[in-house]
Design a protein around this ligand. Structure first.
Ligand code: OGA
Ligand code: NI
Length: 278
């Protein structure tokens, strides 16, 4: 299983709509209001990332995103924007609901691997949110405009809520397929950490987003990630004579540091932690 759209997840429709409205309002604010959050420090509790041109590859990446820690809500809320005025309340309510879905999914995944129900939840630190905003097509002299380029998420799982504008694509049998939004459904992506932890029984998902020329698009990604010291190499129960460990034992801190230090395609990120063949 690479990816699924989940309906009947229990996040109230009103909270979803409020979240999407707030996201749109934030990105419609004047530049100076949004740019206050611009930061290049990957460790800051909140940061705005803007679109950019990658001239070496002749592409323009149009996604703007506001990324911030969100769990527990009360710990981080004061760092979030106070404009639009609904931001903290709507994002707080949405995040708390997503957290419940996340726990249920992680329990089901742990059980599907034959691990204790709370195996994954125990190593969890929390989730952070990326509010993604894709403007309608912009003029660019570069050849290709992407929403966001091909990548895997550096997470255990990602829970993605899209508005009603298509754009997300995932790889299936070497072909890109569109994941067209279903009303009120969330998309669940397997991330790199789950690939390692499950000893490659779950495989992280290559995905990208393309832009729509007529309409802007908003999506809310909730990334679920482990605490810094958590051991995220293969669970011991999943390693045996018939199932050699594909990855070494490593901590999330090591993974996270190498992710920023080593420039490689995200598909190769985990290769740095492969176990050596005996
Ligand atoms: C992400 C992501 C895709 C989308 O935020 O990691 O892949 O459709 N987003 O916005
Ligand atoms: Ni992603």
């Amino acid at each position: 299983m690479l990816q699924h759209q989940v309906k009947n997840h229990g996040i109230p429709e009103m909270k979803i709509n409020n979240m999407l409205d707030t996201a749109r309002e934030f990105f419609h604010l004047p530049d100076e209001e949004r740019l206050k959050f611009r930061s290049t420090d990957p460790n800051s509790v909140i940061r705005l990332v803007t679109g950019f041109q990658d001239k070496t590859r002749n592409i323009f990446v149009s996604r703007q995103s506001l990324k911030f820690h969100s769990h527990p809500v009360e710990e981080y809320k004061s760092h979030w924007p106070s404009n639009p005025p609904s931001f903290r309340e709507n994002v707080g309510e949405y995040s708390a609901s997503v957290r419940e879905v996340e726990v249920a999914i992680l329990e089901a995944i742990s059980e599907s691997l034959g691990l204790e129900r709370d195996y994954i939840d125990k190593i969890l630190k929390g989730h952070y949110v990326s509010i993604n905003y894709y403007p309608a097509c912009q003029e660019s002299e570069l050849d290709v405009t992407y929403g966001v380029r091909t990548h895997t998420d550096p997470t255990i799982i990602t829970i993605l809520m899209q508005d009603d504008v298509p754009g997300l694509q995932v790889i299936n049998d070497d072909k890109w397929i569109n994941v067209n939004p279903l009303p009120n459904a969330v998309v669940v992506h397997v991330g790199d950490i789950l690939q390692a932890l499950s000893n490659y029984r779950y495989k992280s998902l290559l995905h990208q987003a393309i832009v729509n020329c007529e309409k802007e698009r908003v999506s809310i990604a909730s990334y679920c990630y482990p605490s810094d010291d958590a051991m995220i190499g293969p669970a011991k129960k999943l390693v045996g004579k018939d199932h050699p460990a594909i990855y070494k034992d490593f901590t999330y801190r090591e993974f996270h540091e190498s992710m920023w230090r080593v420039k490689c395609s995200t598909a190769k990120r985990l290769d740095l932690f492969r176990a050596r063949a005996d």
